[in-house]
Design a protein around this ligand. Sequence first.
Ligand code: GLY
Ligand code: MN
Ligand code: MN
Length: 439
Amino acid sequence: MRKSTENPEIFKKRRKRIIAGLNGAALMVVAHPEQLRNNDVHHHYRQDSNLYYLTGFEEPESVLLIRPGKVPETVMFVRQKNVERETWDGFRFGPEGTKKEFHIDEVYKIEDFDTKAVELLKGHEELYYSLFKNPEADYWVQKVLISLKRASGRTGYGLLTIKDADTFLGEHRLKKDQDDLANQRIACQISAEAHIAAMRFTKPGVNERQIQGVLTTEFYMKGAARPGYNHIVASGANATTLHYNFNDQVCKNGDLLLIDAGAEYNYYSGDITRTFPVNGKFSPAQRKVYEGVLKIQKEIIAYIKPGILFKDLHEMGASRLTDLMLELGLVSGRKEDVMKANEHRKYYPHGIGHWLGMDVHDAGLYFIKNEARPVEEGMCFTVEPGLYIPADDINAPEEFRGIGVRIEDNIVVTAKGCDNLTSGVPKEIDEIEKLVGTL
Ligand code: GLY
Ligand code: MN
Ligand code: MN
């Protein structure tokens, strides 16, 4: 473990902002649990995004408790220093170190959580907490709530009300300030450079896994902490499996390659997809599908500005991709009928994009009380239309069978329009043809 390289004031500012929105309710955020892989070996540990967002603290077995307006207002529970464990697993801050380095008002050892949390939550009527993410933490919280109820005696008061912390914090994470955006931009930049390296490396005969290696190497060499999600490196018909990540096939001459990969930097993730020919030259059929998807992607990006509804981007995507399916002969009849019968979903089964940030499919509401929400300056999301024609689809014209194309960029809404954070990776056909295989 280490101290975040980010300035503790960034986290303090975030805490201050969310405290103002809590309306007196308490907030509890628990560390992501460690996951055993086998015997005494764990999966790579990554802190819970909400806990990192508010503290920058990366150790497991820790809890943040915020009590607006009370003293102490910010409290953490963390693992104690332990010379033997630190020899094996690395440095721990311990309560004193955490208080000092992370600017938290009071920090206790995690073993004291049961008793201290009861004292600290007395008098609160509402607690923001994310249930059912971490069963062990749910059990601690259950014990604390029951103790609190008991401590209130025969007053008739029931349990403290739990409100969903993910929903509350998601709204804050969705609206990104300059500090958030600085990280988001770097994550996108590293991701873009890795995609360029992968394009240059690709040629017939290389294995998808080797390309995954190029992407990962670039991520780490450029300062990313890890990939933001499992890479998708899908050649040929593998690209028609949306979240294909076996990534173990040889890339064949004449096939397309779809790469969906993003680097994580200071807990912010990029999420880029590019599709290009393994041999550097689009076939006429590949070109027809690719050009169609690219035109739609550019049209949608050009439409983005503050105030437009995110839902409208979905509708534009579905409508324009159905036009393309009709044009290519994948579906037939009247467009309205095709869409009403959801026939277009066979070739475009996902949405146009999603919020992007600390989680690749980031937190934040898409609808507010059933009303589609307008996008605002500082929100980041992906625009990723795609068309996927299964190899065994006997209803599709033969030339298109086994083609999967997705083009995905990362967008931030600006005061007057939007900025494409991943425009550095070529997506025009002539640019791609010049770049593939040039290593
Ligand atoms: N990488 C997953 C997605 O594009 O949503
Ligand atoms: Mn993606
Ligand atoms: Mn995406």
